[in-house]
Ligand binder design. Structure first.
Ligand code: RP5
Length: 166
């Protein structure tokens, strides 16, 4: 993992409920990698490893994290549970499920009762990628070098759009 960010060695934690979520969540990691933002990737399941989840969330701030990206699928309670245990910003990524194509994941993550926020992204790869971008944007508020890298990344995306289809 990269550790170029001046905001801390690994200011972002990417957590996911299962190894099977990695295919989706790796896109958040790749985005952060591209922007030079240090991060950890951890498997933390709300229902299979609840004590690991509790320990992680309660210790996340002291561990130096400044944002958490949490991905899960199905009855996806991981982002909300983690958000209930820490005041760090939590970005939830609904992983596409087999049974309901991720709608279950989306509804499970997005409908947080008022008081415990989870910033919910799109289902799947787009959501994971944007969670990386959003976490980087939060860190960039206090990291001018990262802000420059983020602006450059966005400018490159703009420059890549041709006027006509090729
Ligand atoms: C959730 O159940 C995980 O987040 C994953 O998306 C889904 C399926 O998990 P596995 O059965 O593949 O481990 O807890």
């Amino acid at each position: 993992m990269s550790d170029q960010s001046t905001a801390g060695a690994r200011p972002v934690a990417i957590i996911m409920g299962s190894q099977s979520d990695w295919e989706t969540m790796r896109h958040a990691s790749e985005m952060l990698e591209a922007l030079g933002v240090g991060h950890d990737c951890l498997i933390v399941s709300a229902h299979r490893t609840p004590e690991r989840m509790f320990t992680f969330a309660k210790g996340a701030k002291a561990a130096g994290y400044r944002a958490i990206i949490a991905g899960a699928g199905g009855a996806a309670h991981l982002p909300g549970m983690v958000a209930s245990l820490t005041s760090l910003p939590v970005f939830g990524v609904p992983v596409e499920s087999k049974a309901l194509s991720g709608l279950d994941s989306l509804y499970s993550i997005v409908q947080m009762p008022a008081g415990i926020p989870v910033g919910t992204l799109a289902i799947g790869k787009a959501g994971a990628t944007n969670a990386g971008l959003l976490a980087a944007a939060v860190l960039a508020l206090s990291d001018p070098a990262l802000a420059e890298r983020l602006d450059a990344w966005r400018a490159a995306r703009t420059a890549a759009v041709t006027e006509r289809p090729e």
